[in-house]
Design a protein around this ligand. Sequence first.
Ligand code: PLP
Length: 367
Amino acid sequence: MRSFTDRVSEIDSSGIRKMFEAAGNGSINLGIGEPDVPTPAHVCDAAMDAIREGYTRYTAGAGVPELRVALSEKFLHDNNISVSPDEIIVTSGASEALHISLQALVEPGDDVLIPDPGFVSYMALSRIAGGRVISVPLVDLCLDPDVVAEQITRNTKVLIVNSPSNPCGTVQSRKEIQAFAELAEDHDFTIISDEVYEFCIYEGEHVSPAEFTDNVVTVNAASKTYAMTGWRLGYLAARPEYIEQFHKVHQYVQACANSVAQMAVLAAITGPQDCVTEMRDRFKQRRDILLGGLREMDIECVTPAGAFYVFPRVGDGDRTAADLAERGVITVPGSAFGIYGAEHIRMSYATSEANIVRALDRMRGGF
Ligand SMILES: Cc1ncc(COP(=O)(O)O)c(C=O)c1O
């Protein structure tokens, strides 16, 4: 019998994938974690030009210099943070950025504080890095600085912050983000700030912890902002001492991010941004339809101010998701995102309004 490492074999495969596998023909899929629109045409054109112009080789390990310059300008313009191109690594999606950060920061036995419920990768990647996962229960679906503070020990190495949140859709306030930054300074740990939904905020503002502290790795991607999930292009920013170590992991697991995707994202970031605002406006309308329908059914639901998910409290999330799947509506049970998500389901509204309306019809009478 072949043996595999505990840190890998003990990980459960993603609960999201399991729901997709269970989906019958004709099901309406509200389990999706990606925009339903195509990548903007000018971005696709830039990729085709890049192929024809021969951008088909390894690039600089940290990424094409022009892209890192553009990202450095983006950080200043959108996030009010000043990072030089040398403080940026272009990665294969935000996923790789999370992975290389955790690999370089977490020693076996170190504590990684993660929001619970939180994005599925945080627990898995922390364990793969040998870390001890500490689930921080959310308060009203937000990470509360006082609850975080209670979990901090001498072993705390990393706190993962994700605003807007997957799966909750909630957006942390400026005051909360500043409080996390102060905790990181006072207790000398690193915040990994996953900002992949920053473009998708309907109420409130997006605030990066890097505005307040250098103890932070800012992770982002083109995946959601420009409807580019399949292109696998993300990036991170951090101070040079971090970059030096992260780069070693990146170099050996990835060499560099996809060359064509880098040129496409350069066009996305430096080109017109109306595609992003249009997508956000469309998502907001869909959110309101879904939220309105759920509230008519008296389902308890925090108003999500960002991302493209609602996370209603339904009692037994596993049972509800299974019942809904039988009625042809695919959702994700909240337990997929941590033990404190078990009373919820995640519903994505990154699908057409017609699908949302049909899904609500199928749900009526079942609650
Ligand atoms: C919060 C969050 N972070 C990171 C990722 C991974 O992003 P990427 O596709 O760029 O690897 C996702 C994808 O669903 C996500 O929801």
